[in-house]
Design a protein around this ligand. Structure first.
Ligand code: DSN
Length: 419
């Protein structure tokens, strides 16, 4: 065997594409060497990585288990059945579709299943914490449908069900949407369901951000209240990137048809297999404790930042995320994101409700606890990180100050390996 074929066997990616190999190596190092606090990110297990990098990527399987448009689907059928069965058990759902490639694809499939172009929809305003696909005018949801939004209350920045109800009575949506991307508080699913019933709307919850908290039993389960629930599998849930849709039986056929052949072609069977692994992990002892820690860490972070003089939108958090209003610190969200990245703390700039600067120059940052919790960190590390954030943003430009912070970040990262 030649040297080259030896290397091909031992390390195929490095042998075939050294450039890409070094890119992935660098990304692995970035994830290890930084405190990743993007609220929508997490670290999957090695088992999930293995399933997602498996030979299932080779298989075409348009259709659903037992009714495919290709031969040879025996193993991928088993993988998809396992994923569906586990997902239904975890979320107590009548029906699930695990094929959506993302949360956005899942939402689009729901729209295709239950709406006609032009139908009225009502969701949370994007700039108040909602999601692009809940009716934003720059998204297909706001262009093909007649979209309306509800806002949080000025001052408290909390959702008011009375406000949602008033807007719903006015616009009479065909689809009422609850769920958000940067709202740090519990959503009253039961209250939303009552409003949907009153106005004759189908009730959709997008639990993309909080699916893991629900699966871990530390958040209410929207599947018990909503007609349809969409989610991603990669945020708090800690699985591979992807989407899923739960529904009552009456919507099952329309949703399945909307996903395929309505919107997607061949399902990504390697990703569906990885989803099945993540569902299995969510059923193992330890998952609930992980989700409890996600909540405890976010709460500790909010409290520590608040005691250091930061304004926490809504005054705290019931979730994995903390939204910080930086206006009293005289720094923009964008500058804060850059300064923190320089010392190895990764966050995203984020609009705050009623943001005077608008979405292009947002006044806040969004922080999340899922990834750091996956590395084993606890509230005491959150307190330490809050101090590092404060010291970084205080802009003390004494020579060596930022280097000293970076070294403290390095120490935490070393103590809590990503893998
Ligand atoms: N990208 C997701 C988030 O960060 O919340 C929303 O799609």
């Amino acid at each position: 065997m030649s040297v080259r074929s030896n290397e091909l066997n031992r390390n195929p990616l490095k042998a075939v594409d050294p450039e890409l190999f070094s890119t992935i190596t660098a990304e692995r190092k970035r994830q290890q060497d930084n405190l990743i606090m993007i609220a929508s990110e997490n670290l999957v297990s090695r088992a999930v990585l293995e399933a997602q990098g498996s030979v299932l990527t080779n298989k075409y399987a348009e259709g659903y288990a037992g009714a495919r448009y290709y031969g040879g689907c025996v193993n991928v059928d088993r993988a998809e059945n396992l994923a569906c069965q586990r997902a239904r058990e975890i979320f107590e759902a009548e029906h699930v579709n695990v094929q959506p490639h993302s949360g956005t694809s899942a939402n689009m499939a729901v729209f295709l299943a239950v709406l006609k172009p032009g139908d009225p929809i009502l969701g949370m305003d994007l700039s108040h914490g909602g999601h692009l696909t809940h009716g934003s005018k720059v998204n297909i949801s706001g262009r093909y449908y007649s979209s309306f939004s509800y806002k949080v209350e000025p001052g408290s920045c909390l959702l008011s069900l009375e406000e949602v109800r008033k807007t719903a009575l006015k616009v009479r949506p065909k689809l009422l949407i609850a769920g958000a991307s940067s709202y740090p508080r519990l959503v009253d699913y039961e209250g939303f369901a009552a409003i949907a019933r009153e106005v004759g709307a189908i009730f959709l919850v997008d639990m993309a951000h909080t699916a893991g908290l629900t699966a871990g039993g530390v958040h209410p389960n929207p599947v018990l209240y909503a007609d349809i629930v969409t989610a991603t599998t990669h945020k708090t849930f800690r699985g591979p990137r992807g989407g899923m849709i739960f529904s009552r039986q009456q919507y099952a056929e329309a949703i399945d048809k909307a996903v395929f052949p309505g919107l997607q072609g061949g399902p990504l069977m390697h990703v569906i297999a990885a989803k099945a692994v993540a569902f299995k992990e969510a059923q193992l002892p330890g998952y609930a404790a992980y989700q409890e820690k996600v909540l405890a860490n976010a709460a500790a972070l909010a409290e520590a930042l608040s005691s250091l003089g930061f304004t926490i939108v809504t005054g705290g958090t019931d979730t994995h995320l903390v939204l910080v209003d930086l206006r009293n610190k005289n720094i923009s969200g964008m500058d804060a994101e850059k300064m923190l990245e320089n010392v190895g703390i990764i966050v995203n700039k984020n609009v705050i409700p009623y943001d005077p600067k608008g979405a292009n120059a947002p006044s806040g940052i969004r922080l999340g606890s899922p990834t750091l919790t996956s590395r084993g960190m606890m509230p005491s590390q959150m307190q330490e990180i809050a101090v590092l954030i404060e010291e970084t943003l205080a802009g003390q430009s004494k020579s060596g100050h930022l280097d000293a912070i970076r070294r403290r970040v390095d120490n935490i990262c070393l103590e809590y390996p990503a893998y």
